[in-house]
Design a protein around this ligand. Structure first.
Ligand SMILES: Nc1ncnc2c1ncn2[C@@H]1O[C@H](COP(=O)(O)OP(=O)(O)OP(=O)(O)O)[C@@H](O)[C@H]1O
Length: 268
């Protein structure tokens, strides 16, 4: 089992950041974690990464149960994490190749000697993610989309059992977003792929490989299960508290607001 959360709550003062969350992620599954701003997604990721501990409930990540053994460092080495907070920590003067290689040591910056095997693996990953042409460019000169690819490459260097992609398409234009999604899909489809948790605000980004979804609302699990059963007009209308329409095109959902009668009349 990759992830097992049992009746997990996290309180901060009077506020419940997470309330009675149950979630099981099995090896080989790919999940979307979907929620609006403030739903508790970051809080949940902080818990998975052992930056937070639950006030109540049981958390077990990659077979390590929190509280019983304190293995935060060991755990984090086995989780590939791509987020805007990691993005900000990368040294802007390191080149793309060095950033990717640093993932082998779970370090920010490359301080250790690499082996030939590590170097080759870095090249393979750069190739796979389409980053070879800018491998020698400084991180600070890369576009937003290129940086995200490099960060995913860095995360893959450590061969993580779990890869968490926290809103990786933020700030990307349509083409860059679709290209990045294609790369993510290719990674997910590989036989030795890590389990992926893809965090997003955008239903349109749910790729067919993400066949499991957790809908988080106000710190609680609104629903979890098979994506095609959850991402429906009916369930999402209930989730948003307003009527929405979900249409599927090329196995990807498209979301739109259903116009109510009053606004339709106003538009006449
Ligand atoms: N340290 C804290 N103290 C008090 N409230 C907090 C703290 N951290 C987060 N919150 C609140 O908990 C709620 C959940 O926040 P969280 O950042 O987990 O949501 P999110 O789903 O990641 O949102 P976004 O998509 O906007 O990043 C929010 O209402 C937030 O204001």
């Amino acid at each position: 089992m990759i992830l097992e959360l049992e009746n997990v709550s996290r309180r901060r003062g009077d506020k419940m950041l997470l309330n009675n969350v149950n979630w099981q992620v099995r090896e080989g599954e790919h999940w979307v974690l979907y929620g609006l701003n403030g739903a508790g997604k970051t809080s949940l990721l902080n818990l998975i990464n052992a930056y937070f501990f639950p006030t109540e409930g049981k958390v077990s990540v990659l077979g390590m149960e929190f509280g019983k053994t304190y293995l935060a460092e060991k755990l984090r080495q086995q989780i590939g994490f791509v987020s805007s907070s990691i993005q900000q920590k990368i040294s802007p003067h390191d080149n793309a190749y060095e950033v990717v290689l640093s993932g082998a040591f779970a370090s920010i910056g490359l301080y250790q000697e690499t082996t030939e095997e590590i170097d080759q693996k870095g090249v393979d990953i750069l190739k796979e993610l389409g980053c070879l042409e800018y491998a020698n460019r400084k991180y600070e000169t890369l576009s937003h989309g290129e940086r995200q690819r490099v960060l995913i490459g860095r995360a893959l260097m450590a061969e993580p059992a779990l890869l968490v992609l926290d809103e990786p398409t933020n700030g990307l234009d349509f083409i860059a977003r679709e290209e990045l999604l294609e790369s993510i899909e290719n990674i997910a489809k590989k036989p030795d792929a890590p389990t992926i948790i893809y965090v997003t605000h955008h239903v349109e980004e749910i790729l067919p490989v993400f066949d499991k979804t957790l809908l988080l609302k106000d710190g609680e699990v609104f629903a979890s299960g098979n994506t095609d059963e959850l991402i429906t007009s009916e369930l999402l209308s209930e989730f948003f508290g307003m009527p929405v329409n979900v249409m599927w095109s090329n196995d990807r959902p498209l979301l739109s607001k259903v116009q109510n009668r009053t606004s339709a009349v106003q538009n006449v």
